[in-house]
Design a protein around this ligand. Sequence first.
Ligand SMILES: Nc1ncnc2c1ncn2[C@@H]1O[C@H](COP(=O)(O)OP(=O)(O)OP(=O)(O)O)[C@@H](O)[C@H]1O
Length: 235
Amino acid sequence: MVSRLFPLTLQDVAVRRQGKRIIGPIDMVLDPSGPTMVIGPNGSGKTTLLRVMHGIERISAGSATWAAPDSSKHAFVFQSPIVMRRSVVENLAYPLRLVKTPAAQIKETVDYWLDRIGLTPVQNSPATRLSGGERQKLAIARALVRKPDVLFLDEPCANLDGRATHEIETLLQEIAEAGTHLVMATHDMGQARRLAHDLVFMLDGKIHETGPAATKFSTPETQALAAFLRGDIVT
Ligand SMILES: Nc1ncnc2c1ncn2[C@@H]1O[C@H](COP(=O)(O)OP(=O)(O)OP(=O)(O)O)[C@@H](O)[C@H]1O
């Protein structure tokens, strides 16, 4: 099921800060049928691209246009999970309270997600006491309680151990299968292979190569993507 929000069209997008080009020019049409993984070397502009798509980065030139704009239908999970200094349960309830969801529905939704991410036993503990993996799962669940069509994730498994990474990948696969579209930046090529339907390879602030993951991993068109996938340093 593809959201009515798509396609997202980026036309001649550039982001400049202090006279420096961070990304651009970028032209792309995102009209996905499965998870989109954004890969590329450090500093190639992955985070900035995601922020542009989500609408939280000031664009210096060009435009980013959704077919049916509705910012309440996309959510963003940052690299370092931001949890509020409140209980786990409050972290999940908060986005629903903001939109004046009835109490009974908040409880039902929050209980569902607590169970789904395995945090029911610690629901009343301060979220700041959770482990890194638990915090990230909480951040993902909190982004999902309002049922977004699109979820942007910036390196959600950076600094997590194998077990936490596996749990988060399983959760992401499940929500993708249930119809939420994922657009995710990752450093981890194994993870990109496991999750990607489409691949976006960024280099030096531009989209260097893009297409279906199944063909891009096996037969990259450009030398730079081939080298990056081999693990070479690409600049
Ligand atoms: N507001 C800003 N002002 C100046 N430079 C910036 C700003 N935001 C990002 N940059 C620089 O622009 C480049 C691209 O940053 P970005 O975070 O988008 O890349 P990235 O591919 O996500 O990097 P990483 O993999 O290290 O997270 C980096 O060199 C970064 O230092």
